[in-house]
Every structure is written in C-alpha cells, then in structure tokens.
Design a protein around this ligand. Structure first.
Ligand code: BYC
Length: 327
C-alpha cells in the first residue's frame, strides 16, 4: 500500500518535472535558441529529427546512383570532372548528415540498416531513371533547385548540428544547380535534337520534382509538430510554390515548355498556379513501386556488402590504435 502511494507520488513528480522541462524547451525554441546534443529534449523531438535527418542522409547516398550512372558517359572531360565532383559532394552530404543524426543517439549502422531493409524512406525523386545526358542537366537544375528551396530554411532549424550541416550542403547544392542549368542551356542552344532531349528531360522530371516537397499540407503528418519545434519553417505547399515561381521563368529563358497545360500566372497573387499533382504516383513510389525502387535498394545493398572489408579493416585499425594509446 505504502509503496504504491509513494510510487504514485514519484510518478506525479516526474510528470510535473517533464511538463516543466517541456515548457522550458519550448520557450528556448520560441526564443530562437539552438538545441545542442547534450541538451534535454522531448523524446518525440529526438525521434522526428532522427527520422528526418536520417532520411535526408539516405537521400544523399541513394541520390548518387542516378547521376553516377552517367559518369562514364559524360560528353566531355570537363563535364565528367564536374559530375564526378558533384556525386562526391552528395556522398559528403550523406556522411555529415549521418554524423548529425548520430548526435541524437542512434548508431550509423542502425540507420543504414533501416535504409537497406527498406524500413526507412529516402526521397521519392531518386526512384526515377536517368535515360539521357539531358537528365543530368535536369537533375542539377530541378532536383538540386528543389533541394535548395527546401534546405535553405533548414539552415535555421532549431537543432544545431543539422542547421550547421545544412549551411555547407546548401553552398554545394547551389553550385550543383548552376552546373545543371548550364548543361540545359548548352543543350537548348545546340541542335534541334539536343533541345528536344532537354525538353524530354524536363517533361519527365518536372512532376516528380514537385512531389519532392512532400504531400499537400492537409495530408502532411509531421508538419504541425515540426513547425512548432522550428524544424520546418515553411509548409510543403509553400516551398513547392516558391520552387514553381522561381523555376518557371528559368524554363522560359531556356525556351522550354513546362509539361503542365494548367500552368498560368495568377495576376492577383503574383504566383504561378499549377495543375493537379498525381498523388497516387507519389504514394506508389513511397510504397516501393516506383520505376527504380528495387534497383536502387539492390545497388545500395551490393555496395554495402562489398564495402564490408573496409569497415572491418577500419574497426581493426581503430581497436589496435586504442590499445596502443591505452598502453
Ligand atoms: N519522398 O508529414 P510529411 C537530396 C514522407 S534532396 C519520400 O510532410 P515531413 C539530393 C515523409 O518522410 C532530398 N518520402 O513529412 C538532392 C513522411 O513519412 P514518414 C532529400 C517523403 O518530414 C540532389 C510522409 O511522407 N531532402 O538529398 O514533415 C542530389 C509524410 O510527409 C517525401 C530532404 O530529406 C518524399 N519526397 O516533410 C542529391 C530534406 N515527402 O517519415 C541529393 C529534409 C514526404 O512518417 N526533409 N515523405 O515515414 C524534409 O524537409 C521533410 O522531411 C520533407 C517531408 C519536406 C521531405
């Protein structure tokens, strides 16, 4: 009896203490203070950040595959060097994003396993194929363009390690976007065949790029809490609209047509109104049924297996070195 009464009081104390901590945490967020790894944070904040940062890391790593496909077939040495550097940059982004996610308490092995087992998501966009050289231009211009639109606000995310990682990522993505646009410009100023190739790439990548920003606001599960915690600064639809408004004039400058008959400038709002996104296609891609989902996961699993000896060698070296330091 006595023990039970004592326990109840302890539980009450704990929940009062937690409520106090949660209120202080929210006050820090509201005051635009950065949350650092050793600070107290609600379990749900840790969980949603681990989810988002690790998905982001997986996207960077899987994102190397569609472009990596063209490294050996780049049309010139200059294009090859730039593409090689871009793909290496994506790898670097993945690595510092995994490092940022690790500061929240999950191990890299655990996170990578979640991706390889198909449990964790990565961006839908990387489940589409790169069929021509123009796709490399379209990815740089549109996919990196969309990524920048989404990631610039993440530089002000409440979680310090993620926000700081985003600063460098955004600088590199801006360079990627420029090189992609320059590929498109070269193709559009080239032969009729080259211009048609650029138009075909735009036709295939446009709608999947709009899907990158996530489900419409009414269907977004995490937006409310992520906005309250200043992980998200803009909603999915707001960022999508910003992307459309920035990209339509760029397409016009290239002399290309956007594959949307409903696209038109809304003189009242100043925005470009766009047609209906095929959310069934998005759901299918998320469910693993996009054109390349199976290939992408198979390629990552193969690379992981083939890299096992590197991880073992690094671990053996670290153990030996630690023993030496301890002696
Ligand atoms: N693909 O409640 P919601 C790049 C999921 S760029 C797959 O709105 P949230 C790169 C979402 O995870 C791409 N899944 O979620 C660029 C959630 O499922 P779970 C990576 C998606 O988190 C160039 C569910 O749908 N960028 O790496 O509030 C070259 C409901 O959505 C997608 C980032 O990851 C999608 N497109 O908002 C190479 C940026 N959209 O988790 C590489 C960081 C939504 O409950 N992430 N889902 O199972 C974010 O900003 C946010 O997570 C999102 C989604 C805006 C993407």
């Amino acid at each position: 009896m006595y023990t039970q009464a004592l326990n109840t009081t302890e539980a009450e104390d704990r929940s009062l203490e937690d409520a106090g901590r949660a209120a202080r945490f929210q006050a820090r967020i509201d005051a635009e203070e950065r949350i650092e790894p050793n600070d107290w944070m609600p379990a749900a904040y840790r969980k949603t950040l681990t989810r988002q940062i690790s998905q982001h890391a997986h996207s960077e790593i899987v994102g190397m595959l569609p472009e990596g496909n063209w490294i050996t077939r780049a049309p010139t040495l200059r294009r090859k060097a730039a593409l090689l550097a871009k793909v290496q940059d994506e790898c670097g982004h993945g690595l510092y994003l995994y490092a940022a996610a690790e500061t929240l308490g999950s191990s890299r092995e655990e996170l990578v396993d979640q991706m390889l087992s198909g449990k964790a998501k990565y961006s839908s966009i990387f489940n589409y194929p790169t069929l021509s050289w123009a796709d490399i231009g379209a990815i740089g211009w549109l996919v990196d363009g969309a990524a920048i639109m989404n990631q610039i606000p993440l530089c002000r995310c409440s979680y310090g390690p993620y926000a700081r990682a985003m600063i460098r990522v955004c600088k590199e993505e801006s360079f990627h976007q420029r090189q992609g646009y320059e590929i498109m410009l070269t193709l559009c100023r080239g032969s009729a065949e080259q211009k048609a190739m650029a138009q075909d790439a735009l036709n295939r990548w446009w709608w999947p790029c709009l899907m990158m920003f996530g489900p419409p606001d009414g269907d977004s599960q995490h937006s409310d809490t992520s906005t309250k915690w200043k992980i998200k600064r803009f909603s999915n639809d707001e960022l999508r609209q910003k992307f459309v408004d920035a990209t339509v004039p760029q397409a016009h400058y290239l002399g290309l047509t956007l594959p949307d008959p409903d696209l038109k400038k809304n003189e009242a709002t100043g925005h470009w109104d766009y047609g209906t996104i095929d959310w069934d296609e998005f759901k299918q891609v998320l469910a693993g049924n996009g054109p390349c989902n199976r290939d992408r996961l198979a390629a990552r699993r193969k690379a992981h297996e083939e890299g096992a000896w590197v991880r073992e060698a690094a671990a053996a070296y670290a153990e030996k070195r630690n023993k030496k330091l301890a002696a």
